[in-house]
Design a binder for this molecule. Structure first.
Ligand code: TNX
Length: 759
C-alpha cells in the first residue's frame, strides 16, 4: 500500500502563562489578607528571648520555642513579661476578632498579636513559614507587616483510618500539616466496613473482632478476577490514645470531629455484633472496597448500642460536632425485613428514605441530650433533614445548596474539587489511585459558596475541607503524597478571600515553600509542574500542538528523538513541522534543575488526523472537553478517563462522519473505547464503519458485535478491502441498561470513545 504522509504544522506556541511578575514572593500559604514587605529583617539566634506579654499566650509561645529547638537545635528562653529590644513577643488582644492576628517584623523585633490563642498560633505559623528551610542557628526572617484573618470558620482535612490504619504518631504528623496551613478541623473517619478503629469500653468485640480483617483486595476494585491477600490487617486506638490525639490537636487549635458511620458502612461492627443487622449473618469485616448491603437495622437493640457508643465518643471528644456518616446506605435489607416494613407502617414512613431519616433523626435527638451537634453526609437530606443537622455536601454542590436554603449549616466538600484520593497527575508513573482526576489547579479553583445562594443563605456555608479516603493508600508516605500540596490549596481556598486568589502566584509561592516541605521530610507531589498539551485543528495542514504549564516560572525543554529532556535540550518557543507521527518528551526547568515529571506524548498521524468531523449527537456535556475534534486530534485517550481525551455518551451512541478532504485509498478504521464497569462504562454493543464519496450515499464496509469489541480491548479495528473514498462514518452503540449485580445496576451504561484512526 502506498503510504502518504501528511505534513503537520506543529505550531509550538509560546505559552503566555508567565504572569506579571509579582514583587512579593514570600513562601506563605495560605496567602495573608494584607501583607507589606519592608527592608531587611530580623535575626533570631541563640541570644533571642521569647516573651509572652500576656500570660494566656504562653502555651502558644512554648509551641514556637519547641519548634525552633526541634528543627534548628537551639533552645531559646521563653518567659512571661513585657517585650524587650531584640526579642520575639506574642500577646492576646481581645479587641481583635478571635482568629485574627498581626505579625510585624522589623530589624528590632518580631511582634505577634492575636484575638485569641488561635490567632496568636496563626501568627506563629506564619512566622514559621518565614524561617529558613534548612538547619542553621541564625534564623533570618524578612521584614513584614501582616494583618490577617480567615474567610471561613470550617477549614478542614479528613482522614479515613478504616480502609487503612495509621498510627498515633502518623496522625500527629498529619495534624502538624493541618497546623502549618492554619486548618482548624480534623475530620477523623474512625469506622467503616473494613475496620472499626476506636476502643469502646462497653463493646470490647469492636476492637477484638471489628478492628481486624482477614485479608485485603489486591490492586484496583475494577480488576477482574478479584484477588485478595490473606494477611490479617487492622488496628485501633485505645481511649488513652484518642485523648492524646485530641490534646495534641487542641494544642494546635484544631478541633477533632469523630465520624461513627451509620446506618450504612457498618459491616465491621456487624461482624462482632450480628444482632444489630436485619438478617442473622454471620458477617465478616470487609476485605473489599465499595458499598455493602448489610447495614444497621433500626431495632431498639441497635439504637441502644449506638447510644452507648456515642456516649463514650461524646466524652472523648470535647468538640461540639459528631459526624454520623449517613452516606451510601443501600436499602435492600430494610426492604426485605418484615420488622422494618412494620416499623415504617407504625410511624407513617412512606419509603426507606424516610426510614433512614427516622434513623438519623432519632440519633440526632440523642446527640442533643449530650450537648452535641450532628453532622452527616448529604444523603441525610433524603427523606427529611433532622433539626439542626449540619450537612457535608460531597455529591456536588446541590446538597449544600439545598441545605443552606433550608437554613442548615453546610460544609462544602464536593468530589470534583475536594477528593484527594483522586489522581493529581496524568503521568503514567503515578501511583495507583481510586480514579478521577483532581489536579492542584482544580482544588485551587474551588469556590465553596455556590453563586445561586443569596448573601443570607451564603452565611450557612461554614467552609470546606479536603477528604482523604484510603482504599488505595496503605502507608503514610502515600498519605503525604496524595495530600501535599493539595492540602495547601484547600487551605488557601478556606482562608484567603477569593478576590485575592491567583493560581500562578500560588504556585510561585508553593515552589519556594517546597523547600520547607523537603526540610520537614514530607513526600510531596511535584505534579503542579506537569506539562500538558493542547492540540487544535490547523486547516488542511493538520494540527497545532501547544505545550502548557500552569506553573508560571522556568522554561519547557523538549526532545523528539525518544531521549529524556535535559537542561541543554531545546527550549520550547519555536514552530516546526512534522511529516510523520512523533514522540515528544518535555519537562520544566528552572536553570539547570528539572522541576517536575517528564511529559511524554505520542502524536499520531493518519488520514483522519485534524480533519473535519461532524457528530450527529453530542456527547454528555460532562465528558465533552474538546468536541468531535477529540476523536481526530492525534492523541490517544489515556487514563484517568475523565481527563481531556475521551467523549462520553449515555443517552445516545456515537455517530461521527469524517471528511478526509479528498478521496484516499483506505482499508482500516480503528476506534478507541474504554471499559470500566465500576464507573458504569461499557464497550459499545456494536461498531460499524460506512464510507462514501459524496457524503450522501454510504456503504457499510464492516461491523463488529459486542463480543469482538470486548476481545479487541482498548482498540476496535475494522479491516476491509481498499476503497477510494472521501467520507468515513463510524457508528458505535451503547450497551443499554446495566445488569443486576453490577455497580450502577438499572442505570443506563456509558460508552467512552476516543481516536478514530483511518489508514
Ligand atoms: C464515597 S464520600 C464514600 C467513601 C469512599 C469514597 C471514595 C462518602 C461519603 N462515601 O466511602 O471511600 O467515595 O472516593
Amino acid at each position: 500500500m502506498k503510504k502518504i504522509f501528511f505534513t503537520i504544522a506543529l505550531s509550538l506556541v509560546v505559552t503566555t502563562l508567565v504572569m506579571a511578575q509579582k514583587q512579593i514572593n514570600l513562601p506563605l500559604i495560605p496567602l495573608p489578607q494584607k501583607l507589606e514587605i519592608g527592608q531587611g529583617g530580623f535575626e533570631i539566634n541563640e541570644s533571642t528571648v521569647l516573651y509572652s506579654e500576656s500570660e494566656d499566650a504562653i502555651n502558644d509561645l512554648n509551641f514556637l520555642q519547641a519548634y525552633i529547638t526541634d528543627h534548628y537545635g537551639i533552645t531559646l528562653k521563653s518567659t512571661i513579661g513585657a517585650k524587650q529590644k531584640k526579642s520575639v513577643s506574642v500577646k492576646r488582644n481581645a479587641t481583635m476578632k478571635p482568629d485574627a492576628y498581626t505579625l510585624r517584623i522589623d530589624s528590632m523585633s518580631v511582634r505577634i498579636e492575636g484575638g485569641s490563642g488561635a490567632g496568636v498560633f496563626y501568627g506563629i505559623q506564619t512566622l514559621i513559614q518565614l524561617l529558613p528551610a534548612g538547619k542553621t542557628t541564625k534564623l533570618h526572617v524578612a521584614s513584614v507587616n501582616i494583618e490577617d484573618e480567615p474567610r471561613f470558620s470550617w477549614r478542614g482535612m479528613h482522614l479515613d483510618v478504616s480502609r487503612h490504619f495509621f498510627t498515633v504518631k502518623e496522625v500527629k504528623k498529619y495534624l502538624d500539616y493541618l497546623a502549618m496551613y492554619k486548618l482548624n478541623t480534623f475530620h477523623w473517619h474512625l469506622t467503616d466496613d473494613q475496620g472499626w478503629r476506636i476502643e469502646i469500653k462497653k463493646y470490647p468485640k469492636l476492637t477484638s473482632i471489628s478492628a481486624y480483617r482477614k485479608g485485603t483486595l489486591i490492586g484496583h476494585y475494577s480488576e477482574t478476577p478479584e484477588r485478595y491477600d490473606t494477611i490479617q490487617y487492622g488496628g485501633f486506638y485505645t481511649q488513652d490514645e484518642i485523648r492524646d490525639v485530641v490534646a495534641y490537636a487542641s494544642a494546635r487549635h484544631i478541633t477533632v470531629v469523630p465520624e461513627i458511620e451509620m446506618p450504612g458502612h457498618a459491616l465491621a461492627a456487624l461482624a462482632a455484633y450480628p444482632m444489630l443487622a436485619c438478617t442473622s449473618g454471620p458477617f465478616e469485616v470487609g476485605r473489599s472496597w465499595g458499598v455493602f448491603k448489610d447495614v444497621f437495622c433500626p431495632l431498639d437493640v441497635t439504637f441502644n448500642f449506638l447510644e452507648d457508643v456515642l456516649t463514650e465518643v461524646s466524652d472523648l471528644f470535647p468538640g461540639k460536632y459528631i459526624h454520623i456518616g449517613g452516606d451510601e446506605c443501600p436499602k435492600d435489607r430494610w426492604k426485605e425485613s418484615p420488622f422494618c416494613q412494620e416499623l415504617m407502617k407504625r410511624n407513617g414512613l412512606k419509603d426507606e428514605h424516610e426510614l433512614q431519616s427516622y434513623f438519623v433523626q432519632r440519633i440526632g435527638k440523642f446527640l442533643q441530650t449530650k450537648n452535641k451537634k450532628m453532622i452527616g453526609w448529604d444523603e441525610i437530606l433524603e427523606g427529611g433533614i433532622a433539626d439542626d443537622a449540619t450537612i457535608m455536601s460531597w455529591r456536588g454542590y446541590s446538597g449544600g445548596v439545598q441545605a443552606a436554603k433550608l437554613k442548615h449549616d453546610v460544609v462544602m466538600t464536593p468530589t470534583a474539587y475536594c477528593y484527594f484520593d483522586y489522581y493529581q497527575s496524568t503521568s503514567p508513573s503515578e501511583p495507583l489511585a481510586i480514579g478521577g482526576y483532581l489536579p492542584l489547579s482544580m482544588v485551587y479553583k474551588f469556590e465553596p459558596v455556590a453563586d445561586v445562594l443569596s448573601a443570607d443563605e451564603a452565611k450557612y456555608i461554614l467552609g470546606t475541607q479536603g477528604n482523604l479516603w484510603t482504599e488505595y493508600i496503605g502507608d503514610f508516605k502515600k498519605v503525604e503524597y496524595m495530600t501535599m500540596p493539595r492540602m495547601a490549596a484547600i487551605a488557601e481556598v478556606a482562608w484567603t478571600d477569593k478576590e485575592k486568589k491567583d493560581y500562578s502566584f500560588f504556585t510561585s509561592r508553593l515552589s519556594s515553600h517546597t523547600k520547607l516541605l523537603s526540610f520537614l521530610n514530607i513526600n510531596y507531589s511535584k505534579a503542579f509542574y506537569d506539562i500538558s498539551t493542547r492540540v487544535t485543528p490547523n486547516g488542511d495542514r493538520g494540527i497545532n500542538v501547544e505545550l502548557l504549564c500552569a506553573y508560571p516560572n522556568g522554561q519547557i525543554r523538549y526532545t523528539t528523538n525518544m531521549t529524556e529532556p535535559n537542561s541543554s535540550s531545546p527550549i520550547y518557543d519555536k514552530k516546526f513541522s512534522y511529516d510523520q507521527s512523533m514522540m515528544l518528551k518535555a519537562a520544566l526547568f528552572e536553570g539547570p534543575q528539572m522541576k517536575g515529571n517528564v511529559f511524554s506524548q505520542r502524536y499520531l498521524v493518519n488520514y483522519a488526523t485534524g480533519k473535519e468531523i461532524v457528530l450527529q449527537d453530542q456527547p454528555d456535556p460532562e465528558y465533552n472537553k474538546g468536541g468531535g475534534f477529540t476523536l481526530v486530534n492525534g492523541i490517544l485517550g489515556n487514563l484517568p478517563w475523565n481527563g481531556n481525551d475521551w467523549l462520553g455518551f449515555q443517552k445516545t451512541g456515537l455517530n461521527a462522519t469524517i471528511d478526509l478532504g479528498m478521496a484516499r485509498g483506505i482499508s482500516q478504521v480503528t476506534l478507541d473505547v474504554l471499559s470500566d464497569s465500576v464507573s458504569w462504562i461499557y464497550p459499545p454493543s456494536s461498531m460499524e464503519v460506512l464510507v462514501s464519496e459524496n457524503n450522501i450515499d454510504f456503504t457499510s464496509v464492516g461491523k463488529l458485535d459486542s463480543i469482538s469489541i470486548r476481545k479487541a480491548g482498548r482498540q476496535a479495528t475494522i479491516k476491509f478491502s481498499k476503497k477510494e473514498v472521501r467520507f468515513v462514518k463510524v457508528i458505535a452503540t451503547t450497551a443499554g441498561k446495566i445488569q443486576a449485580g453490577a455497580p450502577g445496576a438499572g442505570n443506563d451504561s456509558w460508552i467512552m470513545v476516543d481516536e478514530i484512526s483511518v489508514n
